[in-house]
Design a protein around this ligand. Structure first.
Ligand code: 2PG
Ligand code: MG
Length: 431
């Protein structure tokens, strides 16, 4: 084991790099006394919850206002001097220091992007110093469960230019014994879907959206689910057995507060009608998980839907919960959610995301570690999912390097674990 001093943070450097949408973002490199190095890049969401940590952006002319040089300065001028000399092994102290230095509820002072990249670089540096893969630094030698990937293969909502209100139509290849077999199933379905969409809607239907899913010119939720159903069947798998479906409605983004209605399938539904709408869909298709089925201001309808589909479908918060442990605890005790999406940059530090994961797992709820629609080659979330053995990860279609980088890292982790690796499979959906 390394001497404690060797974990001391010796060097911190932030620079501006690009995310998968071509927007500037923050990258931080941390080096310890022993020469251990960690590097992380902050991702960025398009459909954000109101209570998320906010990114610091420069405004002005450069990069059309999207630059992050102020956040980079926050890393180099304020965070670096405060954490150099601290022990990276005790990463929670480092995160606490960042939280104190920021002093706001939503990381508005230093920037969620600055805090996220630094915090994730610190744990990566600590793991490297310990000579461990990050997932083992997080979870010890017990950590060996590979997550089921929730793969967004048809995009709508804020991620696409079509008329689908639901933001993400995901496949979950549960009927596999290993992670690499799960990837094989997903890729075969994805390629079959591509062929089917092209045949039905023409070549432009197979252009991909931000998360690598297709964005065909469909107008209704059922069109998309039917396409998935067909793709799974034609690929030679059984929908509902080999492959489950999951939705991220991201419903805050199709709720019209002035009319108090949800705009979906070219109709306007009252919240109660939307409850019934979901129930019909669940009865028609093997949808086993719905994220943000209602606006973040409607937890009561999450609760109503959940009470009606309990044991069949997982109701998950994202914009609702924003990776804050306090909100997650509250919504668990009020019986509103079966689980929550975990995005480090919604809250701004690894420790705070860890608190959320622990609250969920302690209460036998689901923690789904997630990418953002604007992401990068950073693979930290693959390690977080295995480290905490969450059983579920959401990181886009099996296409585009910022998505496949996570899947490829999980393939490496599975190979590294050899015969000890377990694939979460259908268990991931049991409650
Ligand atoms: C979501 C995410 C990731 P965004 O809503 O769950 O898929 O999208 O990063 O745009 O918030
Ligand atoms: Mg979401």
């Amino acid at each position: 084991m390394r001497e404690v001093d060797e974990f001391t943070i010796k060097f911190v450097r932030g620079i501006q790099v690009l995310d998968s949408r071509g927007d500037p973002t923050v990258e931080v490199t941390v080096v310890t006394e022993a020469g251990g190095m960690g590097r992380a890049i902050a991702p960025a969401g398009a459909s954000r919850g109101r209570l998320e940590a906010v990114d610091l952006r420069d405004g002005g002319k450069d990069y059309r206002g999207r630059g992050v040089l102020r956040a980079v300065e926050a890393v180099n001028k304020y965070i670096a001097p405060a954490i150099i000399g601290m022990n990276s092994f005790m990463y929670r102290n480092v995160d606490r220091k960042i939280i104190e230095l920021d002093g706001t509820e939503n990381k508005a002072r230093l920037g969620g992007n600055a805090c996220t990249a630094t915090s994730l670089a610190v744990i990566n540096a600590a793991a490297d110093t310990a000579g461990l893969p990050l997932f083992q630094f997080i979870g010890g030698s017990r950590a060996r469960t590979l997550p089921v990937p929730l793969m967004n293969v048809i995009n709508g909502g804020a991620h696409a230019g079509n008329k689908l209100s639901i933001q993400e139509f995901m496949i979950a290849p549960v009927g596999a014994d290993t992670f690499h077999d799960a990837i094989k199933i997903a890729v075969e379905v994805y390629k079959t879907l591509k062929e089917l969409l092209k045949a039905t809607y023409g070549a432009s239907a197979i252009n991909v959206g931000d998360e690598g899913g297709f964005a065909p010119p469909m107008t209704s939720t059922r069109d998309a689910l039917q396409a998935l159903y067909k793709a799974v069947s034609v690929a030679g798998y059984e929908p509902g057995s080999d492959v489950y479906f999951a939705l991220d409605a991201a419903a805050s983004h199709f709720y019209d507060p002035s009319e108090k209605k949800y705009l979906i399938d070219e109709r306007k539904l009252k919240p109660l009608e939307l409850v019934e709408y979901y129930i019909d869909i669940i009865n028609e298709y093997p949808v086993k998980l719905i994220e943000d089925p209602f606006s973040e201001d409607h937890p009561e309808y999450f609760k109503m839907l959940r009470s009606k589909v309990r044991g069949k479908v997982l109701i998950i918060g994202d914009d609702l919960t924003v990776t804050r442990a306090s909100r997650i605890s509250k919504f668990i005790s009020e019986e509103i959610i079966d689980g929550a999406i975990i995005k480090v940059n919604q809250v701004g530090t690894f420790s705070e995301a860890e608190d959320s994961i622990r609250v969920l797992l302690r209460n036998d709820r689901k923690a789904i570690v997630s990418h953002r629609s604007g992401d990068s080659e950073d693979v930290t979330i693959a390690h977080i999912a295995v480290g905490f053995e969450t059983g579920l990860i959401k990181t886009g279609a099996p296409a585009r390097s910022e998505r496949t980088s996570k899947y490829n890292e999980l393939l490496r982790i599975e190979d590294y674990l050899g015969g000890d690796a377990i694939y979460s499979g259908k268990n991931a959906f049991l409650r």
